[in-house]
Design a protein around this ligand. Sequence first.
Ligand SMILES: [Zn+2]
Length: 447
Amino acid sequence: MRRRNQPPAAAIVVRDRDNVAMNVYHVPLRHHVEITFTMNGGDDGKATQLTKGLPYVVVHARPEDPSHWRVMARPRGASGKTSSQGKAHVLLQGAGKYRIYINEPTEQFLPRSTFSIQQHALADGRNSGRDVQPLVELDVVEAADLSLSVRTTHPNGLLRTRGVEADSIAADGPVRQLTNLQEANSKEVKPLDLGRHLISFQAWADASRTYGSEHPLIEASDYREQLRIIYGESLTTNSRPGADLNDRILEHGDKRIEFNHQSTTGGRGRLSFREDNGHAGNRMTADESLRRTHPAAMDFLLRMMHDLDISNIRSTGAWRPHFGSVLHRYASALDITEATATVVSSDEQRHEVTIRFHRTKSSNSHPLQIAATETPARVRMREFSCSLHSYLAQGQANGRLGWLGGPWELSYAQLGIHDAESPDKISIRTDNTHIHHIHISLGDTQP
Ligand SMILES: [Zn+2]
């Protein structure tokens, strides 16, 4: 029986031997396939890791309408993020092309809605004509006997070499038959395993959207002027002695952010989305690399600077395709190493306070530890650090922020956040990679 709201399958009218018309329904079967995304990382950029927790969206175009992409529903139990095993799950509904795109932060897609393929933006905000690439495409072909086969491929819209070279994207996979064991309607579905698929550094770069200065979030932001400087590629170089040529500085009013050259190292190693960006080897510039970080992450940083009267921030990590957690490749993360604020003491004196997020080299920047001999300068550092860490924990409790890491492990209760679901829960985590910076990432449910 047909369920309500479900359209009938398309009927083909055939006539039997007595010339009686019969409606023959070809009900497309739904098949369940899974693919395991891996990525290179580790300290040498070579160790292969599973791509865990990456939000993705699956879209489909039918053979008869190849440029009309629709969002696919998820198989039952699939979360929309790659699993702890790096697996993405896809429901196939007949022939055509299926693409898995990174589900950008703040974007939500309804099943069956039309999906517009985004383009990498030019610095002036216009579309470049160069499409954001999927992580992979699945080509499903129906044979004359109506059996289906599937193969992993890639539209290669930016004309990369295919294979295992540093600038290449993965080659096509073998053709595999779909069988009734993978039918999503059957009782015991055994998804067809398409095996491992490496998202190369270049594939990450091509699949990560380059945001432009006319993004709606920038238009709507209280910090649009500052964001337009970042996304309009109008940052300046670092005039401080000994500074790296690839440092980028935002200066706006009394606010300054240093995007240290380390925050764009991985991006600058990759090819630009542009066919010719005028730079040696067509490698990405520091400015293009910074535009891969989502505007909501930059907006958060600017808001925090405003709310806490922070005049200077140093950032050493943003979007990057080559190492560390998936959150950096996902464009939702920023690493910061130090912050300077101006505070007014009870005698109305103004003091510049700088804290460094380093477990061993700046223990005075610990937000809670009271030293044996306290000095006014030390107290100011501790209080500023406490307000900054609390601000982040509050952002996490509100859902605006997601995973947080830093040199010191801190619970909600320790930071005075009592409206969190469980106050004793750790808000800011620590490990050996976070000994020298705070990692900020956006939450899953951005407004
Ligand atoms: Zn980080």
